[in-house]
Design a protein around this ligand. Sequence first.
Ligand SMILES: [Zn+2]
Length: 270
Amino acid sequence: MTTVADVMDALERRFPLDLAESWDVNGLSVGHPDAPVTRILFAVDPVLAVVEEAIEEGCDMIVTHHPLMLRGVTTVHAGTAKGAVVHRLIENGIALYNAHTNADAAGSGVADALAVALGVTGGIPLVPLPGDAEQGTGRIGRLDAPMTLAEFAGRASQALPETMHGVRVAGDLTGDVRTVAVVGGAGDSFLDAAAAAGADVYVTADLRHHPASEARESAMLRDGRPYLVDVAHYASEWTWLTAAAEYVGDAAGIDTIVSTLTTDPWNARF
Ligand SMILES: [Zn+2]
């Protein structure tokens, strides 16, 4: 019999908790460590629709990237959004676990999955952890062959789940790209690192006006690189789900599935 604790052990071998940022929250947030697990749902966000999906799919555990309760919580009253999630989980005997910045920093984590999905090989951390060349923030590696920025953006659009955000591009669409840097989730703060590492294109999410504009102005003083590819936050982290689900399925000998819901908050654009 596989228990919640067995699944936690498997996850924490791959995504060690000590890799997490100090402000972050990771691990089990709802459930009994000794409860049996037969089927796990992997999703980016621990939102109510994902819990309903887990109930419909007969799952007894959910593993998400984002934490349910990152900041201080004073109530789990069922009339609040997070309280409703906690109640639905407990009512249905479903455990909730998350691996956030520890999965970002891990060698086989979120950034690696994004890089692989985009056809980037030989990836190493964009910003390695001190004394650890294999783990750290982001990935930088190379495409098998150069392609234009437009072709690369098309590849990103194909490889990632469809969102209203789509794939936004800044730079010369006909320019060749080969060295690719990626950071899953909000990657504003690694724009300089991508440029310093010699990336031809930097793929991330949540790029705001001022950091993006300043990065483009600086790039134009050189040859225009790195170009920027900005995707939906959810989409940039979604590729990790399949990799993590396969790993846990093998490591814990258990049935795992990936959520089919889009949890990007935007549902229209005009
Ligand atoms: Zn994120």
